[in-house]
Design a protein around this ligand. Sequence first.
Ligand SMILES: [Zn+2]
Length: 146
Amino acid sequence: MQRITDEILNSGEVTHRDIFEWKLHIIRDDNTLNAFVTPGGYIYVYTGLIKFLDTEDQLAGVMGHEIAHADRRHSTNNMTKLYGVQILVGALAGENSSLLAQMIGQVSGNLIGLSFSRNSEADADEYSVRYLSKTRYQCNGAAGFF
Ligand SMILES: [Zn+2]
């Protein structure tokens, strides 16, 4: 997972490569097929999604998509509303990240997955392809999943 993330970040296409933290968190929940990202490049992937996806290309597609949301600074207003500004700030500072993951795990992941607009989703897909085209992964790995 970290290897895929690093490869995408080093594609040369990620605008905030050296500005954001880009931390990967695996959430141990085999029953949840989801992944999401919070501002600053905190990427959360459920073990359920990792087990569900067949190939590394598909996983790379998901990671590219999530990285694109953060890199393109897509609005995450719903996150702020749901968990409060304090926690979000704490996460950005690198504190409480396990607490944040815990809280998020208790809420339906779909709620967060839907917090981006349709335009943002299309944009994330487009940029995911852009990132992956500079890696050894196939660009359309996640196509049809989301
Ligand atoms: Zn998305």
